[in-house]
Design a protein around this ligand. Structure first.
Ligand code: 5GP
Ligand code: ZN
Length: 112
């Protein structure tokens, strides 16, 4: 684990988070600066820089991450409509280089 990685440190319990769901492979927690009424981040416990690196290194874990995102949407009561975002690369605003799925919903979100 890169010891300068914020989400590796969060997974290790070194940084507090409001955890909403955990599995042996993933952890889901509320975004510290929510951009929607429901804004949960889902991450694998293992370090991969972004979704492309994750899909290349461990496609099964990428599938698990998607399934967990859907489970979070169900648990949060937004499964009638939600958005999944993976910022991939600094040019589109990725700021934490440990892959994370943004699960967004619970109200109107700007269109794309
Ligand atoms: P990115 O821009 O890399 O796709 O998303 C990073 C997200 O992590 C941002 O939405 C930001 O608000 C969130 N974030 C940054 N630091 C922390 C933190 O320490 N705890 C939590 N829960 N979220 C964080
Ligand atoms: Zn990491």
């Amino acid at each position: 684990m890169p010891d300068d990685c914020l989400f590796c440190r969060l997974v290790a319990g070194e940084i507090p988070a409001t955890v909403v769901r955990e599995t042996p492979d993933t952890i889901a927690f509320r975004d510290i600066a929510p951009k929607a009424p429901v804004h949960v981040l889902v991450v694998p416990r293992t370090h991969h820089a972004d979704v492309a690196a994750l899909a290349a290194a461990d496609p099964a874990l990428a599938g698990t991450l998607l399934a967990e995102a859907a489970e979070v949407a169900r648990q949060e009561g937004i499964d009638d409509g939600w958005r999944l975002v993976f910022n991939t690369g600094a040019p589109v605003g990725q700021t934490v280089f440990h892959v994370h799925a943004h699960v967004l919903g619970g109200g109107r979100i700007e269109g794309m």
